[in-house]
Design a protein around this ligand. Structure first.
Ligand SMILES: N[C@@H](CCC(=O)N[C@@H](CS)C(=O)NCC(=O)O)C(=O)O
Length: 207
């Protein structure tokens, strides 16, 4: 299998971490959508030219991390999958992860608005919209914090909720400017610290 995208992308990182937790071999190609030649290569796998993308061993091209995770879960089977394969437990976990994905999407949008990765000149930034997105991220992570049962997100066992929460939380914290409303999420911090001691997480921490 080939995973396309750098671990600077929280969506790519959650796929890379899941591949390692599943002990699946893969080649990592850290293509960046911001480099025209690399974007062309990416578009062959994902028409939108976004990361992550996964090329399976039988030549299938998968785009979008949720779809890729669903594929990996099927590959390892329901006994090893980090997301329950059926029932209310599955719906609950997907719901929690969906809220977390919404929070990090807003953070990624802010990342493209301000700072060294901004796609827009500073004078063209519409402040009220960016401020709203910082607020939405805050509301999202506060919801994530309130959902933690402990010691892991869903209780005693590590699950995809932990993989996604850690990859998303780490991105949000790393890129949040000091001017944005403060985030106070001790449970998320604790889970992140604990998870990042594991090789599957530490090997995907972006430099
Ligand atoms: N819903 C997608 C989101 C992927 C995404 O937002 N990727 C970003 C990097 S974090 C990207 O490729 N951005 C470049 C672009 O959208 O043009 C997923 O879960 O894979």
């Amino acid at each position: 299998m080939k995973l396309y995208g750098s671990f600077g992308s929280p969506f790519t990182r959650r796929v890379g971490t899941t591949l390692s937790l599943y002990k699946l071999d893969y080649e990592h190609l850290a293509l960046r959508a911001s480099i025209p030649e690399e974007l062309e290569q990416l578009k062959k796998l994902n028409p939108l030219g976004r990361v992550p993308a996964l090329e399976t061993d039988d030549g299938m091209a998968l785009a979008d991390s949720a779809t890729i995770l669903d594929y990996l879960d099927r590959l390892v089977g329901s006994d090893r999958a980090l997301t329950p394969s059926t029932g209310e437990a599955r719906t609950q976990m997907l719901n929690i992860i969906g809220i977390a994905a919404g929070a990090v999407e807003k953070s990624v949008s802010c990342y493209y608005e301000e700072g060294i990765n901004a796609k827009r000149p500073a004078e063209k930034v519409y402040r009220p919209w960016v401020d709203k997105m910082y607020e939405q991220t805050k509301d999202g992570v506060e919801a994530m914090e309130s959902m933690v049962i402990g010691p892991w997100v869903m209780g005693n066992k590590i699950s995809q909720a932990d993989v996604s929460f850690v990859c998303f939380w780490d991105f949000i914290i790393k890129h949040r400017p000091v001017t944005a409303p403060r985030l106070n999420c001790p449970k998320l911090e604790e889970i992140s610290q604990k998870a990042n001691l594991m090789i599957e997480f530490s090997s995907t921490i972006p430099s």
